[in-house]
Design a protein around this ligand. Sequence first.
Ligand code: GLV
Ligand code: MN
Ligand code: MN
Length: 414
Amino acid sequence: MTTKPNRDIDHLIGELNILAQISEAEPPVVTRVVFSEADLRARAYVKGLFADAGLTIREDAIGNTFARWQGSDPDLAPIGTGSHIDAIPNAGLYDGCVGVLGGLEAIRVLQQLGFQPRRSIELIIFTSEEPTRFGLGCLGSRMIGGVLSPSQATALRDKECRSLDELRTQAGFSGSLDSVALARGHYHQFVELHIEQGPLLEQEGLDLGLVTAIAAPASLRIQIEGEGGHAGAKLMPGRKDALAAAAELILALESAAKSTGVIDTVATVGVCEVFPGAVNSIPSRVRLETDIRDIDAARRDRVLTSLHEACSDVSGRRGVVITTELVNADPPATCDPVILDQLEASAIAAGKSFKRMVSRAYHDSLFMARIAPVAMLFIPCRGGVSHRPDEYASPEWIGAGIHVLARTLASLAS
Ligand code: GLV
Ligand code: MN
Ligand code: MN
């Protein structure tokens, strides 16, 4: 593709804003939990845009949605792109959505230029990249990549004990989960556009990040059973306060992550449920959900080991019972040098500045890497802010990402 795309970015920004209005929370806050009414309305809106662009839509049994622009040689493995449109509670409007609507815009740019792909281009909305409902991220891409088996998926329950099967069926996705996994080679290549979710590109004044590797995430659920009682009458000696025990674990995890001495190790306790949750009652039970990541899986695992050691230590000293459940411990993904070179050539041709970098956030590409060569294209986001309502990417940044994605898709599909 030699001609510069000349579509007006305002149209796409308008679509992003309409999508952001479809939220379980009062706009501008975006909350779109998988299989919620908002998720289904958002899917319907985006599928309407796909249909308007003449794409052929297929949905699998977990709700992954594939919109195909047929190539002139439809027997060739397609080029994949896309991301997610679910959003964590209290989120913004760019995470994931830029990759889906930006992917659509890249296709529309190419269509407008009269480009005819040889390989089909398939734009994907992945189901539940966010772990909000089932405690496990990237459900759709995990299943496509064969990392989450149908029986493991069937065992998943949300906080209300509703099963994935019940919720997906109610949402209209009722086929057999056995059909979700795709074979290696199903896609020739896969490339995902996403906001950086960190500050580096903006700080360095760069248009784009070419992602060379995606960090390895792990999550451990911890349940602490102590002993409840009256907050006034029960004296301090002999207490088995589950929240005080949890506090020690939270600090132990923070210290284990810091002690690697490497900036790439991060650990977070993002969920802390306290029972019974009354100000005058000693907490008898606490549930923690932890998130530990590193680009080096072995170093990440050493932090996990320290957390397990802290659990035994705290349980012994405080007389509380601590049980743990490893939700996931995924390996990192390495991006494909051929796609990276193509992204670089496209960025140079488009006159955009860039650098190669790692992704500390996880993405559906982490699991698409199990079945296809992948790479990711990052655009800056203001202040590195993400997973917050004030997340922001400027129209210029988004436009640059789409321009380079369009050039890259055109080359990969030729
Ligand atoms: C994805 O949303 C992540 O938490 O990295
Ligand atoms: Mn996210
Ligand atoms: Mn995302």
